[in-house]
Design a protein around this ligand. Sequence first.
Ligand SMILES: NC(=O)C1=CN([C@@H]2O[C@H](COP(=O)(O)OP(=O)(O)OC[C@H]3O[C@@H](n4cnc5c(N)ncnc54)[C@H](O)[C@@H]3O)[C@@H](O)[C@H]2O)C=CC1
Ligand SMILES: CC(=O)C(=O)O
Ligand SMILES: [Mg+2]
Length: 372
Amino acid sequence: MHIGVPKEIKNHEYRVALTPGGVRELVARGHRVSVQAEAGTGSGYQDDAYREAGADVVADVDALWASAELILKVKEPQAEEVARLRPEQTLFTYLHLAAEERLTRGLIDSGATCIAYETITDDLGGLPLLAPMSRVAGRMAVQAGAHSLEKAQGGAGILLPGVPGVAPAKVTVIGGGVVGENAARMALGLGAEVTILDKSLPRLEVLDHRYQGRIRTVYSTTETLEVAVRESDMIIGAVLVPGAAAPKLITRAMLGEMRPGSVLVDVAIDQGGCFETSRPTTHADPSYVVDGIVHYCVANMPGAVARTSTQALTNATLPFVIALADKGWQRALADDAHFRAGLNVHAGQVTYAAVGEAFGLDVASTEQILKG
Ligand SMILES: NC(=O)C1=CN([C@@H]2O[C@H](COP(=O)(O)OP(=O)(O)OC[C@H]3O[C@@H](n4cnc5c(N)ncnc54)[C@H](O)[C@@H]3O)[C@@H](O)[C@H]2O)C=CC1
Ligand SMILES: CC(=O)C(=O)O
Ligand SMILES: [Mg+2]
């Protein structure tokens, strides 16, 4: 199969969809891989490394998109990339469609087969292609939040661990999944007082057992959210209903209950955000202030630590890319129910229920399409 890896074009996005090591695995299986010139530079992989791994390095982005059967990306396609997609092409990348109606309609109109990393599942009830980036974003969330607490960023001027004789900051994490646990671990390591809210009791039980009382676990309700809002110096939004738009858990009115200069880090922004006042920001201008509260809402946080993230992403995606390349998308999806959950759009139709629900669109059955 001919696989194309374009250079990412989203603001300050330095990741690339495949490391040279990943290319080598695919080429060894008889596939052709074309990588756009300088696609890996931001992750520390030069064109020569891709050539040595067996890829064609292509300067002409039009030629790359026009010839590849399978396009591998990191971020959701930007408008000029959507315009390049063709009906016979397969796109494999993060999509986050429930947060982006225009993108959803663009992919429908393209006629292409679009498989999202973030809705692929596993036997443990996890999201194995979202998890590596969630680990990165969770760990970064605390760094970003700590910086936002500084006065120059509009923050309250609080040092996360405090100092002897001065209490540490209170950090609340809403959603104790992969992002949430990684954020909590970092905040704990920096000496903050950490609370995790979640709606899943089994998940709170795991966290309670794992951290042996060093992290407080609290069941998430309107009441406990209100307490968190009043008491926290930093709140990290890390909830997910897979494939669906994030629920708005902190309203604008609730900001008035927070101490001025407190910080909201909305990691769930790629699914639309879990705070009413969140809007997506970029690494170029990551935060803004509403009603005295600093908001950090970067939708591609891992892009800033591209070297780590690109390696972690390829580790997780490669087995699925190999299946697509070896078998074609129909058989790869037919053989693996977890992989099937990744199909979001095919031949002009939405195939993922939560995306259809978000925009009132009919949803086609992936199983029917595969029988087709
Ligand atoms: N901004 C960025 O750069 C990145 C954003 N993300 C996003 O972070 C979000 C979280 O991802 P993961 O941690 O991997 O998901 P996950 O599925 O591991 O965890 C989500 C947790 O939220 C909990 N939850 C759901 N609804 C809730 C509610 N109403 N109240 C409290 N808890 C609730 C679930 O029980 C679950 O434990 C996703 O939207 C993901 O796309 C992930 C990576 C990078
Ligand atoms: C998960 C995601 O959207 C990202 O890593 O940018
Ligand atoms: Mg994102």
